[in-house]
Design a protein around this ligand. Structure first.
Ligand code: ZN
Length: 77
């Protein structure tokens, strides 16, 4: 409890895995209406309400991430 309340905290950086993110400020006194942002051609986007920075995770190429759905389930529909 020794932090100076007048000192502006640095922007919070949040690592995400999608270029489309939603932010509502986390609720509470710093909350704001839910907004959706798209990074477009960039790999990060800053929320204009709370200055949070959403950064796209760069862990592609690992090859060990789980698949969203199993392939070859034999569905010969
Ligand atoms: Zn925000």
């Amino acid at each position: 409890m020794s932090q100076d309340p007048t000192l502006s905290a640095p922007p919070e950086e949040i690592v995400v895995r999608a270029k489309r993110v939603a932010c509502d400020g986390g609720g509470g006194p710093l909350g704001h209406p839910l907004v959706y942002m798209d990074m477009g051609e960039d790999d990060f986007v800053e929320c204009g309400y709370c200055d949070r920075r959403f950064v796209l995770a760069h862990d592609e190429g690992h090859g060990d991430y789980h698949s969203p759905a199993p392939r070859g389930s034999g569905d010969g529909h």
